[in-house]
Design a protein around this ligand. Structure first.
Ligand code: DX5
Ligand code: ZN
Length: 231
């Protein structure tokens, strides 16, 4: 059996102009964003502080797009309910931070959100093995989390291909693979081709002259690749 894979575009608001957040969201909607990636940092798990549930709730009021919340925080369990109430659609936690990962994932689902799990670039993929049957999204970090504008760690492609195989083996082929960090127009097609479904891009969009058009071009470049997946 074969099927066509579609790319899912999730612009990271981290590189948006926060004085004009609503306008920036509109620009991404015009460009055809499928969801919005929201980077939550606590100054502890990562050396930066960004967005909390309050901003997520504000975004929820101005857009229908699913809110893809990436929690780069040390104690995710204490904040899951707040992000769910704020309107998160996907809540992704780091395996390096969530000590009781199975419980955390179940809590996210019980709160009505889709659970995602993410790994830093140097975390072995084996850390995913036991949780794979229970999640809706694997987020592969292609930079060390904490800041936008870094260069992609090229092990992403091999890791995405391996996770794709692991998902087949875990009988969870519906689970999406997302990549985050250093993705721009010139490398988006390669990321998609290697098995990534959900593309996160921050500076690669907001740092360009016409972010909506750059987003459209990202989709075209992914759709220009061989998208047939054989099961
Ligand atoms: C990094 C964040 C990313 C970041 C990506 O810690 O998780 O989502 O915004 O930014 P770019 O695309 O600029 O690497
Ligand atoms: Zn992120």
């Amino acid at each position: 059996m074969s099927s066509i894979r579609n790319v899912v575009l999730s612009p990271s608001l981290l590189s948006a102009d926060f004085t004009r957040l609503a306008e920036e969201v509109k620009v991404m909607e015009e460009g055809g964003a499928d969801m919005l990636h929201i980077d939550v940092m606590d100054g502890h798990f990562v050396p930066n502080i960004t967005i909390g549930p309050l901003v997520v709730a504000s975004l929820k009021r101005i857009t229908e797009l699913p809110l893809d919340c990436h929690l780069m925080i040390s104690d995710p369990d204490s904040y899951l309910e707040a992000f769910a109430k704020a309107g998160a659609s996907i809540i992704t936690v780091h395996v390096e931070a969530a000590v009781h990962l199975y419980r955390t994932v179940q809590t996210i689902r019980d709160l009505g959100c889709k659970p995602g799990v993410t790994l830093n670039p140097a975390t072995p993929l084996s850390a995913l093995e036991e949780i794979l049957p229970f999640i809706d999204l694997v987020l592969l970090m292609s930079v060390e989390p904490g800041f936008g504008g870094q260069s992609l760690v090229p092990t992403l492609h091999r890791r995405a291909a391996t996770v794709r195989t692991m998902l087949h083996e875990a009988d969870n082929s519906g689970c999406l693979i997302e990549a985050d960090g250093g993705i721009k127009l010139d490398n988006v097609a390669q990321a998609f081709e290697s098995g990534v479904d959900v593309i996160v891009s921050g500076s690669g969009l907001f740092g360009t002259d016409d972010p909506a058009e750059t987003l459209r071009e990202m989709r075209r470049r992914c759709e220009g690749t061989n998208r047939t997946e054989v099961h």
